[in-house]
Design a protein around this ligand. Structure first.
Ligand SMILES: *Cc1c(COP(=O)(O)O)cnc(C)c1O
Length: 404
């Protein structure tokens, strides 16, 4: 397969607007956090309908800041999902708290009933992740949080552009009177809105956001970014031990035009995801990922599920077969308990999560991004069907295997 025909797993959607915007910022004389970042925060908070937003240099930094600003620390437990990127769990450990894993439901998101089983007197916060962009059952999660007086921090790294019951992830659910304490987005290179590296935290509480803003820049107690402007002062005070998590104006200059194109990106991804589902739904060897029953899926990831009992090859071999046909693929995610570092949590019975481990063993994330053509989608789907057919288990095995 020649390199020209290769369909990579991901390609960022960067246009002339981003190039011009960065050039303008580079020539402006102001490179670090400043007016462009303030504008990015304002426009972002409008887009997700959250009153406050803080730009940060990664989604991980945003999650860390949220936990720190809520004073979550040693002796506390935070309940999250096993089917997430390691960052979600690492930040819980960075603040000295203990991660507790609640297993997923059929869609891949944390199951509220499993959350209930994991609550102890030490539980302080819930950290749901909107896996692949499919919104979690937030009303159930918020209701548990209210009942047990817990904080809610949403890891919305996949969910920019997703809607929960008509409201953007970040807005909460105003008719029910619910909103999370913090919602964290990522602008990593593979995310729908990218600044190369970056992130955003949104909140509905002014105090929480101001605390995060202070912790974001060394714990300096005033608006320090204008320190070097002609109106700025040389004087500043450190009020607490903070971090260095601010987003630069160069990155915000990429983020602004990316934000302006988000609705287009969501529409393009949705069209491609629907085409995959249309082309693949007849195959007996694979299962298509679920759409949102009561919201809008932003289709950050198209996580195909293999029916392993109907296949004679493993998920890893399936990915190799795709690669041999010039198609990139990925896997989201290796469940937390399978990583060597988190083994000590995995052996605790309360962190058992068989559903996440089962789903992981059969998922493949297919290429999905706005610059894919319908022909690209067709080619990937044809390859999936062809690989599945050539490697279908014999009928006897298929019948004896339990249907999924
Ligand atoms: C990408 C991602 C993060 C981390 O975001 P960074 O911006 O890379 O720090 C956290 N959680 C999930 C689920 C992610 O996919």
């Amino acid at each position: 397969m020649s390199i020209d025909n290769y369909i990579p797993y991901h390609r960022p959607s960067i246009g002339q607007e981003e190039v011009d915007s960065v050039e303008q910022t580079l020539r402006s004389g102001w490179l670090t956090t400043g007016a462009r970042t303030a504008q990015f925060e304002r426009e972002f908070s409008e887009y997700v309908q959250a009153p406050y937003a803080l730009a940060v240099n990664s989604g991980t930094a945003g999650l860390h800041l949220a936990l720190a600003a809520l004073d979550i620390g040693p002796g506390d437990e935070v309940i999250t999902t096993p089917l997430t990127f390691c960052a979600t769990v690492n930040v819980i450990m960075h603040v000295g708290a203990e991660p507790v894993l609640a297993d997923i439901g059929p869609g891949g998101n944390i199951d509220p009933e499993q959350i209930r089983l994991k609550i102890t007197p030490r539980t302080r916060a819930l950290m749901p992740v909107h896996f692949a962009g499919l919104p979690c059952d937030m009303n159930a999660i918020w209701s548990i949080a209210r009942e047990h007086r817990l904080f809610t921090i949403e890891d919305a790294a996949h969910a920019l552009g997703s809607l929960y019951r008509g409201y953007p992830i970040g807005a909460g659910h105003p008719p029910a009177g619910y909103a999370s304490d913090a919602v964290v987005f990522s602008f990593y290179a593979t995310k729908s809105l990218t600044t190369g590296e970056g992130g955003m935290v949104t909140a509905h509480g002014k105090d929480a956001l101001e605390r995060m803003r202070r912790l974001c820049l060394h714990g300096i107690g005033k608006d320090a970014w204008n320190r070097y402007a002609d109106c700025g002062s040389w004087y500043y005070e450190v009020a607490e031990c903070g971090f260095k998590y601010n987003l630069s104006d160069i990155q915000s200059a990429i983020g602004l035009p990316q934000l302006h194109k988000q609705e287009q990106f969501v529409a393009a991804r949705t069209e491609r995801a629907r085409l995959y589902t249309e082309l693949l739904s007849d195959s007996d060897e694979v299962e298509c990922p679920p759409d949102s029953p009561d919201g809008r899926h932003c289709w950050h990831i198209y996580a195909l599920r293999l029916r392993l009992n109907r296949l004679a090859i493993s998920r890893a071999q399936f990915i190799e077969e795709l690669r041999a046909r010039g198609i990139g693929a990925s896997v989201h995610f290796i469940p937390i308990p399978l990583h060597p570092y988190f083994k000590k949590y995995a052996v605790l019975s309360r962190n058992h999560c068989p559903r996440a481990i089962d789903l992981y063993s059969r998922m493949i994330s297919l290429p999905l991004y706005p610059s894919m053509t319908p022909e690209d989608v067709q080619r990937v789907a044809t390859a999936v069907i062809d690989i599945a057919r050539r490697n279908a288990a014999t009928k006897a095995i298929a019948v004896s295997g339990r249907g999924r």
